[in-house]
Design a protein around this ligand. Structure first.
Ligand code: SF4
Length: 397
Protein backbone atom coordinates (compact mmCIF):
# COMPACT_ATOMS: atom_id res chain seq x y z
CA UNK A 1 0.00 0.00 0.00
CA UNK A 2 1.18 3.52 -0.76
CA UNK A 3 1.48 5.26 2.67
CA UNK A 4 0.12 8.39 0.96
CA UNK A 5 -3.29 6.70 0.97
CA UNK A 6 -3.17 7.00 4.78
CA UNK A 7 -1.38 10.34 5.16
CA UNK A 8 -4.06 11.93 2.95
CA UNK A 9 -6.65 10.82 5.54
CA UNK A 10 -4.59 12.26 8.42
CA UNK A 11 -4.14 15.56 6.58
CA UNK A 12 -7.74 16.09 5.40
CA UNK A 13 -10.11 14.44 7.93
CA UNK A 14 -11.05 16.14 11.22
CA UNK A 15 -9.68 14.80 14.51
CA UNK A 16 -13.14 13.51 15.52
CA UNK A 17 -13.58 11.75 12.18
CA UNK A 18 -10.14 10.14 12.52
CA UNK A 19 -10.80 9.00 16.12
CA UNK A 20 -14.08 7.39 15.06
CA UNK A 21 -12.37 5.76 12.08
CA UNK A 22 -9.69 4.25 14.35
CA UNK A 23 -12.39 3.01 16.73
CA UNK A 24 -14.22 1.47 13.74
CA UNK A 25 -11.01 -0.34 12.70
CA UNK A 26 -10.68 -1.71 16.24
CA UNK A 27 -14.39 -2.52 16.71
CA UNK A 28 -14.53 -4.02 13.24
CA UNK A 29 -11.84 -6.51 14.17
CA UNK A 30 -13.66 -7.25 17.46
CA UNK A 31 -16.86 -7.87 15.50
CA UNK A 32 -15.13 -10.23 13.06
CA UNK A 33 -13.34 -12.06 15.90
CA UNK A 34 -16.59 -12.47 17.87
CA UNK A 35 -18.39 -13.68 14.72
CA UNK A 36 -15.64 -16.23 14.06
CA UNK A 37 -15.81 -17.50 17.66
CA UNK A 38 -19.62 -17.87 17.45
CA UNK A 39 -19.20 -20.02 14.34
CA UNK A 40 -16.40 -22.14 15.79
CA UNK A 41 -18.26 -22.72 19.08
CA UNK A 42 -21.59 -23.28 17.26
CA UNK A 43 -23.11 -20.47 19.33
CA UNK A 44 -26.29 -18.66 18.18
CA UNK A 45 -25.68 -17.04 14.78
CA UNK A 46 -25.39 -13.27 14.35
CA UNK A 47 -23.58 -11.59 11.41
CA UNK A 48 -20.57 -9.35 12.02
CA UNK A 49 -22.13 -6.55 9.96
CA UNK A 50 -25.65 -5.66 8.83
CA UNK A 51 -26.70 -3.85 5.66
CA UNK A 52 -29.84 -1.80 6.34
CA UNK A 53 -31.94 -0.37 3.50
CA UNK A 54 -33.75 2.21 5.60
CA UNK A 55 -36.04 3.67 2.89
CA UNK A 56 -37.16 2.93 -0.67
CA UNK A 57 -37.57 6.65 -1.39
CA UNK A 58 -35.21 8.16 -3.96
CA UNK A 59 -35.00 11.16 -6.24
CA UNK A 60 -33.56 9.06 -9.06
CA UNK A 61 -34.82 6.16 -11.22
CA UNK A 62 -31.57 4.48 -12.29
CA UNK A 63 -31.38 1.64 -14.84
CA UNK A 64 -30.71 -1.69 -13.12
CA UNK A 65 -31.76 -0.49 -9.64
CA UNK A 66 -33.23 -3.28 -7.49
CA UNK A 67 -35.26 -0.98 -5.24
CA UNK A 68 -39.06 -0.75 -5.66
CA UNK A 69 -40.11 2.81 -4.89
CA UNK A 70 -43.61 3.45 -3.49
CA UNK A 71 -45.92 6.27 -2.40
CA UNK A 72 -45.93 6.62 0.53
CA UNK A 73 -42.35 5.41 0.86
CA UNK A 74 -41.56 2.28 2.88
CA UNK A 75 -38.99 2.83 5.60
CA UNK A 76 -37.59 1.18 8.70
CA UNK A 77 -38.86 3.07 11.74
CA UNK A 78 -36.51 4.59 14.31
CA UNK A 79 -37.83 1.98 16.80
CA UNK A 80 -36.87 -0.83 14.39
CA UNK A 81 -33.46 0.72 13.64
CA UNK A 82 -32.72 1.24 17.32
CA UNK A 83 -33.89 -2.30 18.06
CA UNK A 84 -31.51 -3.68 15.41
CA UNK A 85 -28.53 -1.69 16.74
CA UNK A 86 -29.19 -2.56 20.39
CA UNK A 87 -29.51 -6.26 19.54
CA UNK A 88 -26.36 -6.17 17.41
CA UNK A 89 -24.46 -4.53 20.26
CA UNK A 90 -24.91 -7.76 22.27
CA UNK A 91 -22.87 -9.52 19.56
CA UNK A 92 -20.13 -6.84 19.31
CA UNK A 93 -21.56 -5.91 15.89
CA UNK A 94 -21.29 -2.11 15.63
CA UNK A 95 -20.84 -1.46 11.88
CA UNK A 96 -23.88 -0.84 9.68
CA UNK A 97 -24.25 -0.16 5.97
CA UNK A 98 -27.04 2.40 5.50
CA UNK A 99 -28.65 2.04 2.07
CA UNK A 100 -31.84 3.09 0.29
CA UNK A 101 -33.30 4.36 -2.05
CA UNK A 102 -31.55 7.52 -0.94
CA UNK A 103 -31.02 7.25 2.86
CA UNK A 104 -30.74 11.05 3.25
CA UNK A 105 -34.51 11.13 2.68
CA UNK A 106 -35.17 9.20 5.91
CA UNK A 107 -36.57 11.78 8.39
CA UNK A 108 -34.85 10.24 11.46
CA UNK A 109 -31.48 9.46 9.89
CA UNK A 110 -29.52 12.00 11.93
CA UNK A 111 -31.32 11.01 15.14
CA UNK A 112 -30.17 7.46 14.46
CA UNK A 113 -26.54 8.59 14.07
CA UNK A 114 -26.72 10.87 17.14
CA UNK A 115 -28.30 8.18 19.35
CA UNK A 116 -25.54 5.67 18.51
CA UNK A 117 -22.09 7.26 18.92
CA UNK A 118 -20.63 3.78 19.62
CA UNK A 119 -21.64 2.54 16.18
CA UNK A 120 -20.06 3.33 12.79
CA UNK A 121 -22.19 3.90 9.71
CA UNK A 122 -21.34 3.52 6.02
CA UNK A 123 -23.78 5.86 4.26
CA UNK A 124 -24.50 4.75 0.67
CA UNK A 125 -25.72 7.91 -1.09
CA UNK A 126 -26.04 9.26 -4.63
CA UNK A 127 -24.68 12.52 -3.19
CA UNK A 128 -27.25 14.77 -4.87
CA UNK A 129 -28.66 15.87 -1.48
CA UNK A 130 -25.38 16.00 0.44
CA UNK A 131 -25.18 19.76 0.83
CA UNK A 132 -22.84 21.79 3.07
CA UNK A 133 -25.17 21.74 6.11
CA UNK A 134 -25.63 17.98 5.82
CA UNK A 135 -21.86 17.37 5.45
CA UNK A 136 -21.06 19.56 8.45
CA UNK A 137 -23.65 17.75 10.59
CA UNK A 138 -22.09 14.41 9.62
CA UNK A 139 -18.62 15.73 10.47
CA UNK A 140 -19.82 16.99 13.85
CA UNK A 141 -21.06 13.46 14.61
CA UNK A 142 -17.88 11.78 13.28
CA UNK A 143 -19.33 8.23 13.17
CA UNK A 144 -20.47 8.26 9.53
CA UNK A 145 -18.50 7.78 6.33
CA UNK A 146 -20.33 8.81 3.14
CA UNK A 147 -19.90 6.46 0.17
CA UNK A 148 -21.04 8.35 -2.92
CA UNK A 149 -22.09 6.28 -5.92
CA UNK A 150 -20.56 7.53 -9.17
CA UNK A 151 -21.64 5.07 -11.84
CA UNK A 152 -19.61 6.57 -14.65
CA UNK A 153 -18.33 9.86 -15.98
CA UNK A 154 -20.76 12.24 -17.68
CA UNK A 155 -22.06 10.10 -20.58
CA UNK A 156 -22.33 6.84 -18.70
CA UNK A 157 -23.84 8.66 -15.73
CA UNK A 158 -26.47 10.12 -18.07
CA UNK A 159 -27.19 6.67 -19.55
CA UNK A 160 -27.41 4.97 -16.14
CA UNK A 161 -29.16 7.71 -14.18
CA UNK A 162 -31.41 8.87 -17.02
CA UNK A 163 -30.64 12.54 -16.29
CA UNK A 164 -27.96 15.06 -17.36
CA UNK A 165 -27.34 16.70 -14.00
CA UNK A 166 -26.64 13.77 -11.67
CA UNK A 167 -22.88 13.47 -12.33
CA UNK A 168 -22.34 17.14 -11.47
CA UNK A 169 -24.64 16.96 -8.41
CA UNK A 170 -22.95 13.81 -7.07
CA UNK A 171 -19.53 15.46 -7.50
CA UNK A 172 -20.79 18.55 -5.67
CA UNK A 173 -21.98 16.33 -2.78
CA UNK A 174 -18.63 14.58 -2.76
CA UNK A 175 -16.75 17.89 -2.51
CA UNK A 176 -18.97 19.02 0.38
CA UNK A 177 -18.10 15.81 2.24
CA UNK A 178 -14.37 16.29 1.62
CA UNK A 179 -14.47 19.97 2.60
CA UNK A 180 -16.23 19.07 5.86
CA UNK A 181 -13.31 16.77 6.73
CA UNK A 182 -15.25 13.51 6.38
CA UNK A 183 -13.63 10.16 5.55
CA UNK A 184 -15.11 10.08 2.06
CA UNK A 185 -15.55 7.23 -0.40
CA UNK A 186 -16.87 6.60 -3.89
CA UNK A 187 -18.54 3.42 -5.10
CA UNK A 188 -19.20 2.09 -8.58
CA UNK A 189 -20.82 -1.07 -9.86
CA UNK A 190 -18.69 -1.97 -12.85
CA UNK A 191 -20.37 -2.99 -16.11
CA UNK A 192 -19.42 -3.07 -19.78
CA UNK A 193 -20.27 0.61 -20.30
CA UNK A 194 -18.16 2.11 -17.48
CA UNK A 195 -15.36 -0.49 -17.41
CA UNK A 196 -12.83 1.42 -19.55
CA UNK A 197 -13.32 4.76 -17.79
CA UNK A 198 -13.58 3.54 -14.17
CA UNK A 199 -10.98 0.75 -14.25
CA UNK A 200 -8.12 3.12 -15.01
CA UNK A 201 -5.33 4.93 -13.20
CA UNK A 202 -6.68 8.19 -14.64
CA UNK A 203 -9.97 7.65 -12.78
CA UNK A 204 -8.11 6.97 -9.50
CA UNK A 205 -6.11 10.17 -9.99
CA UNK A 206 -9.33 12.08 -10.78
CA UNK A 207 -10.85 10.94 -7.47
CA UNK A 208 -7.64 11.72 -5.58
CA UNK A 209 -7.78 15.26 -7.01
CA UNK A 210 -11.35 15.50 -5.66
CA UNK A 211 -10.02 14.55 -2.20
CA UNK A 212 -11.60 11.07 -2.09
CA UNK A 213 -10.04 8.63 0.42
CA UNK A 214 -11.37 5.26 -0.75
CA UNK A 215 -13.01 3.63 -3.80
CA UNK A 216 -15.30 0.61 -3.46
CA UNK A 217 -15.70 -1.46 -6.61
CA UNK A 218 -18.79 -3.64 -7.09
CA UNK A 219 -19.50 -5.96 -10.00
CA UNK A 220 -22.79 -5.05 -11.68
CA UNK A 221 -25.59 -7.55 -10.96
CA UNK A 222 -28.45 -7.47 -13.49
CA UNK A 223 -31.58 -7.61 -11.34
CA UNK A 224 -34.72 -5.61 -10.58
CA UNK A 225 -37.47 -4.77 -13.07
CA UNK A 226 -35.00 -3.44 -15.66
CA UNK A 227 -31.99 -5.76 -15.29
CA UNK A 228 -29.92 -4.41 -18.28
CA UNK A 229 -28.38 -7.90 -18.74
CA UNK A 230 -26.28 -7.09 -21.81
CA UNK A 231 -24.01 -4.77 -19.83
CA UNK A 232 -22.96 -7.48 -17.33
CA UNK A 233 -19.21 -8.20 -17.28
CA UNK A 234 -17.75 -11.29 -18.93
CA UNK A 235 -15.13 -13.55 -17.31
CA UNK A 236 -12.21 -11.73 -18.91
CA UNK A 237 -13.43 -8.32 -17.71
CA UNK A 238 -13.94 -9.66 -14.16
CA UNK A 239 -10.38 -11.05 -14.21
CA UNK A 240 -9.00 -7.72 -15.49
CA UNK A 241 -10.85 -5.93 -12.66
CA UNK A 242 -9.13 -8.29 -10.20
CA UNK A 243 -5.74 -7.71 -11.85
CA UNK A 244 -6.26 -3.93 -11.68
CA UNK A 245 -7.12 -4.07 -7.98
CA UNK A 246 -4.09 -6.21 -7.10
CA UNK A 247 -1.71 -4.02 -9.13
CA UNK A 248 -3.02 -0.59 -8.11
CA UNK A 249 -3.12 -1.51 -4.41
CA UNK A 250 0.69 -1.57 -4.41
CA UNK A 251 0.99 2.09 -5.43
CA UNK A 252 -2.30 4.03 -5.53
CA UNK A 253 -2.67 7.02 -3.15
CA UNK A 254 -6.30 5.96 -2.54
CA UNK A 255 -7.70 2.91 -0.66
CA UNK A 256 -9.27 0.31 -2.98
CA UNK A 257 -12.05 -1.86 -1.51
CA UNK A 258 -13.85 -4.98 -2.73
CA UNK A 259 -16.03 -7.59 -1.00
CA UNK A 260 -15.32 -10.44 -3.45
CA UNK A 261 -11.86 -11.92 -2.92
CA UNK A 262 -9.79 -12.92 0.14
CA UNK A 263 -6.05 -12.42 0.64
CA UNK A 264 -5.19 -15.41 -1.57
CA UNK A 265 -7.53 -14.19 -4.30
CA UNK A 266 -10.16 -16.85 -3.60
CA UNK A 267 -13.71 -15.71 -4.36
CA UNK A 268 -16.16 -15.25 -1.48
CA UNK A 269 -19.85 -14.43 -1.15
CA UNK A 270 -20.49 -12.27 1.95
CA UNK A 271 -23.93 -13.85 2.28
CA UNK A 272 -22.59 -17.41 2.17
CA UNK A 273 -19.98 -16.69 4.87
CA UNK A 274 -22.71 -15.01 6.95
CA UNK A 275 -20.44 -12.05 7.68
CA UNK A 276 -23.32 -9.80 6.57
CA UNK A 277 -26.97 -10.01 5.70
CA UNK A 278 -29.52 -7.41 4.61
CA UNK A 279 -32.70 -5.86 6.03
CA UNK A 280 -35.03 -4.29 3.46
CA UNK A 281 -37.20 -1.17 3.99
CA UNK A 282 -40.24 -3.46 4.52
CA UNK A 283 -38.38 -5.24 7.35
CA UNK A 284 -37.58 -8.37 5.32
CA UNK A 285 -34.44 -10.17 6.51
CA UNK A 286 -32.67 -11.09 3.26
CA UNK A 287 -29.53 -13.03 2.34
CA UNK A 288 -28.18 -9.94 0.55
CA UNK A 289 -29.63 -6.80 -1.08
CA UNK A 290 -30.11 -8.34 -4.52
CA UNK A 291 -31.58 -11.72 -3.50
CA UNK A 292 -34.95 -10.20 -2.58
CA UNK A 293 -36.59 -13.14 -0.84
CA UNK A 294 -36.94 -13.73 2.86
CA UNK A 295 -37.94 -16.18 5.56
CA UNK A 296 -39.57 -13.50 7.73
CA UNK A 297 -39.87 -9.80 8.55
CA UNK A 298 -39.02 -7.60 11.53
CA UNK A 299 -41.81 -6.67 13.95
CA UNK A 300 -42.48 -3.05 14.99
CA UNK A 301 -39.43 -2.73 17.27
CA UNK A 302 -37.21 -5.43 15.75
CA UNK A 303 -37.42 -7.50 18.96
CA UNK A 304 -37.70 -10.63 16.74
CA UNK A 305 -34.36 -10.04 14.98
CA UNK A 306 -32.53 -12.81 16.87
CA UNK A 307 -35.41 -15.22 16.27
CA UNK A 308 -35.28 -14.47 12.52
CA UNK A 309 -31.51 -15.00 12.46
CA UNK A 310 -31.33 -18.00 14.81
CA UNK A 311 -34.64 -19.92 14.91
CA UNK A 312 -35.81 -19.29 11.35
CA UNK A 313 -33.94 -21.77 9.09
CA UNK A 314 -34.18 -19.76 5.86
CA UNK A 315 -30.84 -17.90 6.05
CA UNK A 316 -28.93 -20.86 7.52
CA UNK A 317 -30.21 -23.07 4.68
CA UNK A 318 -29.40 -20.35 2.14
CA UNK A 319 -25.80 -20.18 3.46
CA UNK A 320 -25.21 -23.92 3.21
CA UNK A 321 -27.00 -24.20 -0.17
CA UNK A 322 -24.84 -21.41 -1.71
CA UNK A 323 -21.68 -22.84 -0.14
CA UNK A 324 -22.35 -26.17 -1.85
CA UNK A 325 -22.70 -24.36 -5.18
CA UNK A 326 -19.18 -23.00 -4.82
CA UNK A 327 -17.28 -19.75 -4.43
CA UNK A 328 -19.45 -17.56 -6.60
CA UNK A 329 -22.46 -15.30 -6.79
CA UNK A 330 -25.57 -17.47 -6.78
CA UNK A 331 -27.70 -14.76 -8.41
CA UNK A 332 -25.31 -14.37 -11.34
CA UNK A 333 -24.17 -17.95 -11.89
CA UNK A 334 -27.03 -20.15 -10.68
CA UNK A 335 -30.44 -18.43 -11.03
CA UNK A 336 -32.13 -21.77 -11.88
CA UNK A 337 -30.80 -23.54 -8.83
CA UNK A 338 -31.59 -20.47 -6.71
CA UNK A 339 -35.20 -20.42 -7.93
CA UNK A 340 -35.60 -24.13 -7.20
CA UNK A 341 -34.11 -23.70 -3.71
CA UNK A 342 -36.30 -20.68 -2.86
CA UNK A 343 -39.45 -22.48 -4.04
CA UNK A 344 -38.52 -25.55 -1.96
CA UNK A 345 -38.22 -23.27 1.11
CA UNK A 346 -41.44 -21.40 0.26
CA UNK A 347 -39.44 -18.22 0.58
CA UNK A 348 -41.43 -14.98 0.53
CA UNK A 349 -40.88 -12.61 -2.40
CA UNK A 350 -39.83 -9.40 -0.57
CA UNK A 351 -39.04 -7.33 -3.70
CA UNK A 352 -42.33 -5.45 -3.86
CA UNK A 353 -42.51 -6.59 -7.52
CA UNK A 354 -43.03 -9.98 -9.17
CA UNK A 355 -39.65 -11.33 -7.98
CA UNK A 356 -40.41 -14.89 -9.13
CA UNK A 357 -40.96 -13.83 -12.75
CA UNK A 358 -37.83 -11.68 -12.64
CA UNK A 359 -35.77 -14.56 -11.24
CA UNK A 360 -37.20 -16.97 -13.84
CA UNK A 361 -36.09 -14.50 -16.52
CA UNK A 362 -32.44 -14.38 -15.43
CA UNK A 363 -29.86 -16.42 -17.38
CA UNK A 364 -26.59 -17.67 -15.86
CA UNK A 365 -23.76 -15.11 -16.07
CA UNK A 366 -20.13 -15.17 -14.96
CA UNK A 367 -19.29 -13.85 -11.50
CA UNK A 368 -16.15 -13.16 -9.48
CA UNK A 369 -15.89 -16.87 -8.70
CA UNK A 370 -16.23 -18.36 -12.18
CA UNK A 371 -13.17 -20.27 -13.39
CA UNK A 372 -11.03 -17.32 -12.36
CA UNK A 373 -7.23 -17.69 -12.04
CA UNK A 374 -6.49 -16.91 -8.40
CA UNK A 375 -4.56 -13.69 -7.93
CA UNK A 376 -3.25 -13.25 -4.36
CA UNK A 377 -2.90 -9.72 -2.99
CA UNK A 378 0.57 -8.33 -3.77
CA UNK A 379 0.33 -5.59 -1.15
CA UNK A 380 1.23 -6.82 2.36
CA UNK A 381 -1.18 -4.31 3.95
CA UNK A 382 -4.11 -5.53 1.88
CA UNK A 383 -3.13 -9.14 2.54
CA UNK A 384 -3.26 -8.44 6.30
CA UNK A 385 -6.49 -6.43 6.03
CA UNK A 386 -8.16 -9.28 4.14
CA UNK A 387 -6.65 -11.85 6.51
CA UNK A 388 -8.18 -10.16 9.57
CA UNK A 389 -11.38 -8.71 8.14
CA UNK A 390 -12.51 -10.61 5.07
CA UNK A 391 -12.03 -14.35 4.64
CA UNK A 392 -14.03 -17.56 4.28
CA UNK A 393 -14.82 -18.28 7.95
CA UNK A 394 -14.85 -21.98 7.02
CA UNK A 395 -18.04 -21.51 4.94
CA UNK A 396 -16.53 -23.38 2.00
CA UNK A 397 -15.03 -26.20 4.07
S1 SF4 B 1 -25.26 -13.68 -3.72
FE1 SF4 B 1 -24.02 -12.43 -5.07
S2 SF4 B 1 -24.72 -10.34 -4.71
FE2 SF4 B 1 -25.42 -11.58 -2.98
S3 SF4 B 1 -23.82 -11.41 -1.43
FE3 SF4 B 1 -23.36 -13.23 -2.64
S4 SF4 B 1 -21.95 -12.52 -4.21
FE4 SF4 B 1 -22.95 -10.72 -3.37
Amino acid sequence: MNPAALTRIMRSCTGKVQRNLLRFVWNGRQAVGAFERRLQRKQPFFPAFLMLSITNQCNLRCRGCWVTQSTPPQQLSLAQLQGIISTAEKYSSRFFGILGGEPLFHPQLFTLFENNPQAYFLLFSNGTHLDQACAEKLAALGNVTPLISIEGLENESRRRRGRDDVFAQSLAGLRQAVQAGLFTGVSASINKHNFAELISREYLDFLIDQGVHYLWYYIYRPCGKDPDVQCALDEDEIFRLRQFLVEQRTSARILLIDAYWDAQGQALCPGTTGISHHIAPNGALEFCPVVQFCGGKLNANASNLEELLQDNQYLADMRSFTAQLGRSCVLLESPRELEEFLRSKQAEDSSGRDGWTELAGLQPLPSHGSRQRQLPEKSLCYRLAKKFYFFGFGAYG
